[in-house]
Structure formats: C-alpha cells, structure tokens
Design a protein around this ligand. Structure first.
Ligand code: 13P
Ligand code: SF4
Length: 403
C-alpha cells in the first residue's frame, strides 16, 4: 500500500507537509457509495496493479484513463494519457472510441471532460451514445475552485454593475472552477483559460471588452496581466466576503482593467521569495522555474514561469547539468527528478507542499472504480446538468479556439 507520506524531496524530507484541501475533503465528506471501498484498502500494491491492468485489458480502447501531472506515480503508471489541464481538456474533447473516461485528477477536470467528451457533435458521431466520466474519489476537489461560488460571482457581477457597464466586462474563469462558473462566462460573453493559454485568452477578452473580471485565481490573473503592461493599480482584488464593492472604493473599480477574484492555490502560495534567494545563494547558476499560480513576488523573480506542461518541456529541453529549483506540486517535481538524472532538480520550498486532493486518487480507489465498471456499476459518475453544460461548452469552445 502507498505510504501516506509524499515522495519527500531530498531537499526537504523532514519538513512539515502543507497540503491543499478542499472544503469537502477537510470536512471528511466521503460519498456513501465509497463504503464498499474498504476491502480494497487491504490489498497489496501488486494485487491492485494486476487487477487494474486486468480491467484495462478487458475494455481496451473503450476505456480511457486520464491523469493530471500532479498524480502520484503509481496512479500515473495506469493512465493512457497524462497532461496538464489544457492537454487533458483537448484529450477529452478528442476522444472518439472510448465509452468511459476515468479521470485521475480533481473534480473540475472531470466536469470539463464530461462537457467536452459529450459535445453534441461527438454524441451524434457515436450514434447518440454518451461517454461516462468517473472520478475515483468524489472528495478529490480543488481548494482554489471552492473559493468562488456561483452565487458569490453573480452577486459580485450585480454589485460592480452599479458603477460600471458590465456589457464591457469580459468574465474569464480559470479552468480550476466549477462548471457553473464556466456557464456564467458562457452566458456573459466570457471564456475559460488554463495556465498555458491565459495570456492569449486575456488578449481575446480585451478585443471584446474594456475590462476583465478574472476568477478564481488572483495570482494567475495578475501575473498574466502584468506581462501585458497592465499595472497592479489597475487590478483591484475583489473580496467576496467584503461588505461593499468587494472591499474596493468605487474609483478603483471604475479605473480597473482586470478585477481579480480573491482566490489562490494553497499549494503554490507556499513558495516564497526567500526560497528563491536561498537557492540562488547556495547554488550559483541555478534556474528558478515556477507555475504562474505562485504569488507575484515569486513569479516576478523566477527565470521561467509556466503551466505544468511548460515546466516539463523546459526541463526536457534543457542542457544536461542544468540546475533547477522548481515551484510546483511535489509529485511532479519528484517525477521530473527521477526522469532527468542528467539534470540537478530541487523542490523550491523547504516545506513539502502537495495537492492533498489530487493525492486522494490512489490505487484502491482506482481499482474499486474500475472493477465496479466492469461489473456494470458506474460509481462516482460526474455528470453536469444540461443547462450548465450548454453554457459551459460555449466558454470552453471559445478557449479551445484561441491559439
Ligand atoms: P495546469 O493548468 O498547469 O495543469 O495546472 C492545474 C493546476 O491545478 C495547477 O495547480
Ligand atoms: Fe487546486 Fe492547487 Fe490542487 Fe491545482 S494544486 S488542483 S489549484 S489545490
């Protein structure tokens, strides 16, 4: 069985583990249908592996197991395709032969897969058959996505509409958000972005409106807009818990170019400028590579900033012997370290930060989900309602069309 301790980085094995949790996970919510999972917890890794592979062989191309780069290695081993959020969306959108997608990632990713894999043209091409999307653990959420609820976003929209023309505001939601927020963007002329296309999406938005309302990640919004010459002063932060105007003076909203939602990733906010300074002092020539969900003070001083896909590509293309301190989720950094012994790779923080909700997907959950599928039971199916799907799809298709 997998040790609950993450594959600790050689740089920081004894440090406390800081983990991102969703509200659901921290409240210990577990779907009732998961109670029969217990026997799987007692199986050895070897047995779990064999049983998972048996189900994969049974279904062949009808089953697609997708895995986000932050998944643990023993889960990644059983995936057909792995990628960052954007790549996984494209894979789901392109799926033609499969009948079921098992998503080893978090809830918003599985929702996106359900919406994209079941686009009307795809369903028609499959003679009306929909693809079922399963998430091995329903408590695999995203704490950042939980920071913006649809009612809060609608209330913010109505409030700002008292002083600015919202016809001229383009809502942009990071893909790390509930489908209801994507639908909000679809309804209001907006769009979805991922960390790999955020700049192109903001450019798309500014071709259509004067301002952008960006949620839920303030850091991705700010870091991206700064590269476009938008200043911090033009980016007020909207606090959904503030009593008026998201905690801003009217003038701040009137003078804004990008209104940033007060949300963040609990994992990436752990990286600090002092970590960068220490690595630079201790390892002359080291390059700092971070995800744009990191706060501005880290992102600004990094050598390279980019999505998980870009982080991987940057390391793959570097000269042997290059030294890196990488600021993103621990499992990915450890995998890069193992796959690139020709380079010197460090984890940027002295604290072991991992995405605890991604980590909920493990071999017992995967095996349980797959064996139920083989036996004709769909467990933990993610199915977005029709109305939400219709509007989310509009915002997602706008994103996929932006190059
Ligand atoms: P990517 O878009 O880089 O896959 O990031 C997803 C994510 O959740 C990062 O925290
Ligand atoms: Fe959400 Fe952060 Fe985990 Fe990504 S790493 S899924 S943003 S909590």
């Amino acid at each position: 069985m997998t040790d609950p301790t993450p594959n600790a980085s050689a740089d920081a094995p004894q440090m406390p583990v800081m983990a991102a949790q969703t509200q659901a996970a921290s409240a210990g919510v577990e779907s009732e249908s998961q109670l029969p999972l217990a026997p799987y917890k007692t199986l050895s890794e070897e047995v779990l592996r064999e049983r998972i592979e048996a189900v994969r062989n049974h279904f062949g191309e009808e089953l697609l197991i997708l895995g986000h780069h932050y998944q643990q290695d023993d889960v990644i081993e059983h995936t057909d395709l792995r990628g960052d959020s954007y790549q996984l969306s494209e894979m789901a959108a392109g799926s033609s032969k499969c009948r079921t997608i098992v998503f080893c990632g978090v809830h918003f990713m599985a929702e996106t897969a359900d919406i994209l894999a079941n686009r009307p043209d795809r369903v028609e091409a499959r003679d009306g058959r929909k693809v079922d999307v399963l998430l091995p653990d329903m408590a695999a959420g995203c704490s950042m996505a939980d920071m913006a609820g649809i009612r809060q976003v609608e209330a913010a929209w109505a409030d700002m509409g008292e002083i600015i023309d919202t016809e001229q505001v383009i809502p942009v939601t990071y893909i790390n958000s509930a489908a209801s927020l994507k639908a909000f963007c679809g309804r209001h002329g907006g769009i979805v972005c991922t960390s790999s296309n955020a700049r192109a999406v903001l450019e798309w938005a500014f071709e259509r409106g004067q301002r952008v309302f960006f949620f839920p990640d303030q850091h991705l919004g700010r870091n991206t807009a700064l590269t476009m010459g938008i200043t911090e002063e033009q980016m007020p932060v909207w606090d959904p818990y503030a009593l008026e105007m998201g905690g801003n003076e009217d003038a701040q909203i009137e003078n804004s170019r990008v209104i940033l939602w007060k949300g963040h990733c609990s994992v990436h906010q752990m990286f600090r400028p002092e970590h960068v300074a220490k690595f630079r002092a201790d390892h002359p020539g080291i390059k700092i590579l971070v995800h744009p969900e990191c706060p501005r003070d880290v992102n600004d001083i990094a050598d390279v900033s980019g999505s998980t896909g870009k982080i991987i590509k940057t390391v793959q293309e570097a000269e042997p012997g290059t030294k890196w301190a990488i600021g993103t989720e621990l499992h990915l950094v450890n995998r890069l370290k193992a796959e690139h012994p020709e380079q010197e790779i460090h984890f940027l923080s002295p604290v072991v930060c991992m995405c605890a909700t991604m980590y909920r997907i493990d071999l017992p959950h995967l095996c349980w989900t797959l064996e139920n599928l083989r036996d004709g039971n769909l467990v933990n199916q993610i199915s977005v309602d029709e109305e939400t799907t219709k509007w989310s799809l509009i915002a997602l298709e706008r994103m996929l069309a932006v190059k």
